[in-house]
Design a protein around this ligand. Structure first.
Ligand code: ACM
Length: 475
């Protein structure tokens, strides 16, 4: 999971025993990322088989070798070759990320029963369809803390997702401490949807999340939603309001009533400071500025604000990402439009903009699985695992094919999602469906082939205690 782009399974298997070692060449001994991959693999094999593998620099028969000498042209930044035969197992890639992906596949090939600790003979050559395979978690409506996010990162890495988009701010809460603006968290961080407790990440918390994501080769994409969805900021800082009067905190579920205003005295300094700090604290290339549902913002002012945000993001050498409404502004080359609802709006983007596809009817994780589910909303339809799987990103917007699609992402909005158990129930196993949409070539994907693999994936998640959704479609 996800299905590799090409593979062959053969008769026979390679035993994993206490004598098997993990081999990495001496020259990579000090490669930090490579080293983390080895440690992960040792832990995963131990959990699956009870066997603790030693590491070494010289291969002998039967070992598992991780090599960084793959052909970049053939494998790209994330691809890998995995060969398992009577001589041993080899993961070969052009980058540490590719080696990581290969080891994730290797771990899945372990039978996960203590009675059988062997790897099937296989030849796999694999690389993803899209570079962006993401999930968004809304920590603004209901806050989820560092420990929960670290666990979430470990779970999403299992289906080769590589972007964690954090929706950090909204009308109901502001969740990231910004130097020089203590009221953002003091006031804006103290509330949440439906009277929930609120909370926020310190810069150190954010660094811890980013570092754990990096250990799993996941890039954090932070979102500060502007110019709408800003009541928590407006309530914290009087100077963001034209009349200088902060509105009351908001804890309801409505959208589209708040807006930054260019003429308010604090707006430009606020934008410069929040974008500047987040750019400094985010090693990934992307900053998401929201831009959705700005129903309280005048059209011309909306464009000016998005263009100002884009200017600030680019000044810090990042790429701007925004919800599809930003296509109404003058977008720079490389800015990324996240399609969610209206193809006609998304299509206004210029030819050098790129797209992340989050069609609500297939990817919105806050939707119910079936009409019988108590958890979840209905407005975009019911999304059981077949609906989460059975769609093609290249057919959503007329004229927008894979050459302009960066990838796919599933958002989880949390207006009505209060606990981390609820988060997991809505995310799993649907995120495994998205993982394969984003990875596997379309012509190799079909629901009937996917279903039994998803059932195994779901069992493994259940076995580690994930309170996942039990779809009747997998019975
Ligand atoms: C959105 O669902 N408002 C992007």
């Amino acid at each position: 999971m996800p299905l590799p782009s090409s593979f062959e399974l053969r008769e026979g298997s390679l035993p994993i025993t206490a004598l098997t070692r993990i081999v990495i060449a001496d020259e990579h001994e000090h490669d930090h990322q490579h080293d983390q991959t080895v440690n992960h693999l040792i832990g995963d094999v131990q959990r699956a088989t009870g066997i603790h593998l030693a590491r070494t620099a010289t291969a002998a028969a039967g070992d598992i070798e991780l090599r960084l000498d793959g052909d970049p042209g053939q494998l790209g930044p994330e691809g890998y070759a995995l060969d398992i035969d009577e001589h041993g197992a080899t993961v070969r890639a052009a980058t540490p990320h590719g080696v990581w992906n290969g080891t994730r596949t290797l771990v899945q090939l372990l039978p996960h029963t203590p009675l059988d600790t062997s790897l099937p003979f296989a030849h796999i050559l694999d690389r993803p369809r899209y570079e962006w395979r993401g999930v968004m978690l809304d920590v603004a409506r209901h806050f989820f803390g560092v420990d929960q996010l670290l666990r979430f990162i470990e779970l999403i890495a299992r289906c080769k997702l590589n972007r964690l988009h954090l929706h950090l701010t909204d009308d109901q809460g502001w969740r990231i401490a910004i130097d020089g603006w203590p009221a953002l968290t003091g006031v804006g961080g103290s509330t949440g949807a439906s009277g929930s407790a609120g909370g926020y990440f310190t810069r150190a918390d954010y660094a811890e999340i980013v570092a754990h994501a990096a250990r799993h080769f996941i890039t954090v994409v932070p979102e500060l939603d502007m110019p709408g969805h800003t009541n928590a900021a407006l309530a914290s800082i009087p100077g963001l309001n034209l009349d200088g009067i902060a509105p009351p905190a908001y804890t309801g579920k409505g959208v589209g009533f708040s807006s930054l205003r260019l003429a308010a005295p604090a707006t430009r300094r606020f934008i410069s400071d929040v974008i500047g700090q987040l750019a400094a604290d985010t090693p990934g290339h992307y900053l998401h500025i929201g831009g959705d549902e700005a129903h309280a913002t005048d059209h011309a002012e909306y464009r000016q604000l998005v263009e100002l945000l884009q200017h600030e993001v680019r000044r810090h050498h990042k790429q701007m990402v925004g919800w599809e409404e930003i296509a109404n502004a003058d977008l720079a080359a490389g800015s990324i439009v996240q399609h969610w609802l209206q193809p006609d709006v998304a299509r206004r983007a210029p030819p050098d903009a790129r797209f992340v596809m989050s069609p609500a009817a297939h990817t919105y994780l806050d939707m119910k699985h079936t009409p019988q589910c108590t958890l979840g909303r209905r407005w975009a339809g019911f999304i059981d695992v077949d609906t989460a799987y059975d769609w093609d990103p290249a057919t959503l917007i007329d004229g927008i094919g894979d050459d302009r699609i960066a990838g796919v992402e599933a958002p989880l909005w949390t207006e009505k999602v209060a606990t981390f158990d609820d988060v997991q129930h809505l995310c799993f196993p649907r995120l495994a469906c998205l993982g394969e949409v984003g990875w596997t070539p379309q012509h190799l994907r079909n629901w009937s082939g996917f279903r039994p693999r998803l059932a195994v994936h779901a069992e493994r998640l259940a076995a580690i205690g994930v309170p996942l959704y039990r779809s009747a479609l997998l019975d």
